[in-house]
Ligand binder design. Sequence first.
Ligand code: ADP
Ligand code: MG
Length: 240
Amino acid sequence: MITIKNLNKSFGDVHVLKGIDLEIDKGEIMAIVGPSGSGKSTLLRCMNLLEVPTGGEIIFEGSNIADKKVNIDEIRQKIGMVFQNFNLFPHKTVLENITLAPILLKKMSKVEADKKAEYLLDRVGLLDKKDVYPAQLSGGQKQRIAIARALAMEPDMILFDEPTSALDPEMVKEVLDVIKELAKEGMTMAIVTHEMGFAKEVADRVIFVDSGKILEDDTPEAVFNNPTHPRTQEFLAKIL
Ligand code: ADP
Ligand code: MG
């Protein structure tokens, strides 16, 4: 689905991504782990063009989206993103949060968009919240709404950037369960996470990113039980 070749990203003098090579197949679930500041978010943000790569290629469905000529809106419709801090629109209701992009970008009618949003809200167990504002929701509920909002665009792939890191512990499961459901249905996903148990259970592959480079790229068993790089062992020893 997506092939990344020699991806580089600098912010001024700071060289953040240093030659990332990565392939994600259709239906594959890839977990991205690594220390804070290693470039995990920047990698995801490059994949849906929230950041412009400094060099390299990102081939998505056959075309290089790192190319300046590409239609960014079109790519973002196909590659959804879920953020650590939800990024819901505070002055819009739950239903409006979900229908805004389909109406604006997919030219869906309001009736059709509402119907789809209600179906998705039902799936994430929050249909009864459709008319409330984000401030009235718990963190776990906000994140489930954010996932429903991403799904409303019918993306080919969803990127999750630490979707449970801002949640109280008792809310982590309800969000991970929604992501697990999507995994079962075959959604292609890349998930930055510190939830190693979840990564082991759900991911087909794990990559370990350190200082802007991929040091491991293998099955969860191989990366967690048999890491090849001392930096990975050091990192895992700290968090497991
Ligand atoms: P991670 O998600 O692994 O914690 P990030 O991708 O957020 O890491 O950040 C990697 C490095 O890039 C950090 O040193 C961070 O300060 C820097 N960085 C990220 N975004 C920007 C930005 N917009 N401007 C300048 N530096 C940035
Ligand atoms: Mg990050």
